[in-house]
Design a protein around this ligand. Structure first.
Ligand SMILES: Cc1ncc(COP(=O)(O)O)c(C=O)c1O
Length: 409
């Protein structure tokens, strides 16, 4: 069952249909009471999409379901070929199938990497504001977190964008063992370019800091923008590295799970694989493997269609907030838009609920459930992250509520 949102100009893929809705067992809708204290906010928080996965994925899953065979699954040769084909076709990234290692998810793979490749006293660098499990996954393994905050810089279009603080990184790298890189970056939406990634690789090579590149948003670049795999600069630099990614963000199959690491270095691959096997997590679920193969074999046109829809939503939000004291950081990638709300003059404390005027405004006055910027680290204070992967009708309703709430403020 699903709900329709009436809207003009339906695309071939149905970007107008809400596949997630209250009571469908999805986090985004069904945890609203717990997270926002209200069940009726328009939920624009969790990073998944409201519309259905593409037909070629749901059809493959339905076929598998009809088989009725749900025993232990094993990725076959076609699985690795599908991944290699996808990376070559979408990103001009050639990988040998034997360098691909299945993992249950990107964050679990980062946990394994930290355990396998760092000492107990290791310092691990992250670049906030960043996807909040980056903080937790380091702390959960008992390692010391080192923050290398991104810097805001004026961009060529007159807006602002994040850049890396290479000077600080160089100093921090001398005492660190690992860097968790978010490429493209969530929540800032940067698709790091070859020059930036090359500098990261050179610094990390100089100080023998291993780089784990999270490229889960790699397929979600806006029209005209290319994702640069870290692999492209890494080998020449001599740094130790591997990349971990998944089809879940691109095809809206995150709840099914399943990802993979690309580890060209045989020694690193063997050590990682030992850690992975030691966890006894298996090599993927029947449905995760089915979804990945279908997506990667049949989905080459999908990211383009999807991002055209997302770009339209992005532009609608930017237009709607043009005369509000909110500034969007125009993203190069991801369906997430990072909103600088500091101009609203509302306080934004991390923990004290009495002092969360910014969040209270969005929830109580505007009826919107966004992600609070502060959860992505201190540089996110005063920001909110909005998820654009929803029908345009939902975005328009959300913007109307925001504008009305600010006018009444
Ligand atoms: C940068 C980033 N990495 C990883 C994940 C989650 O990956 P997984 O569910 O495979 O652990 C997300 C989800 O939002 C993300 O934005």
């Amino acid at each position: 069952m699903s709900q329709d949102v009436s809207e003009e100009g339906m695309s071939q893929t149905d970007f107008t249909r809400l596949a997630q809705y209250p009571g469908s067992g999805c986090e985004k809708y069904d945890r609203r009471g717990e997270i926002f204290g209200r069940e009726d906010v328009i939920p624009l928080w969790v990073a998944d999409m409201d519309f259905p996965a593409p037909d070629f994925v749901t059809e493959a899953l339905a076929e598998r379901l009809a088989d009725g065979a749900f025993g232990y699954a094993k990725p076959d040769a076609g699985h690795f070929e599908a991944i290699a084909g996808w990376l070559a076709g979408q990103h001009d990234w050639r990988v040998a199938p034997e360098t691909i290692v299945p993992v249950p998810g990107v964050v679990p793979a980062m946990a394994m990497a930290i355990r396998a490749f760092t000492s107990r006293r290791a310092r691990v660098i992250i670049q906030p504001p960043v996807y909040f499990p980056f903080f937790q996954v380091v702390r959960d393994q008992g390692r010391t977190l080192v923050e290398n905050p991104l810097l805001e810089q004026e961009s060529s279009d007159g807006g602002r964008r994040y850049v890396m603080d290479f000077e600080a990184l160089e100093a921090q790298a001398s005492e660190a063992e690992m860097l968790l890189l978010c490429n493209p970056h969530n929540p800032g939406g940067r698709a790091w370019n070859a020059d930036e990634l090359g500098r990261v690789a050179a610094i990390c090579a100089r100080h023998d800091v291993m780089v784990i590149s999270d490229e889960i948003h790699m397929d979600l670049t806006y029209p005209g923008i290319r994702h640069t795999p870290f692999a492209e600069v890494a080998n020449a630099s001599g740094c130790r590295w591997f990349t971990v990614t998944a089809p879940g963000k691109t095809f809206n199959t995150a709840g099914i799970g399943g990802g993979y690491a690309v580890i060209p270095d045989a020694g690193i691959r063997e050590r990682f694989d030992r850690e992975r096997r030691g966890m006894h997590l298996g090599e993927g679920s029947v449905f995760g493997l089915t979804a990945l193969k279908a997506a990667y074999r049949h989905g080459s046109a999908w990211p383009g269609e999807l991002m055209a829809h997302i770009a339209a939503n992005r532009d609608r939000v930017i237009e709607a907030i043009a005369d509000l004291p909110i500034e969007a950081m125009v993203p190069e990638a991801t369906y997430l838009l990072w909103l600088d709300c500091r101009g609203m003059g509302l306080s934004d404390a991390a923990t004290d609920p009495e002092d969360r005027a910014l969040q209270r405004f969005f929830v109580e006055k505007a009826g919107l459930g966004l992600s609070q910027g502060i959860i992505f680290g201190e540089p996110g204070r005063g920001y909110m992250r909005i998820n654009l992967a929803t029908p345009t009708g939902v975005i328009d309703r959300a913007m109307a509520q925001l504008r009305a709430a600010w006018q009444a403020h």
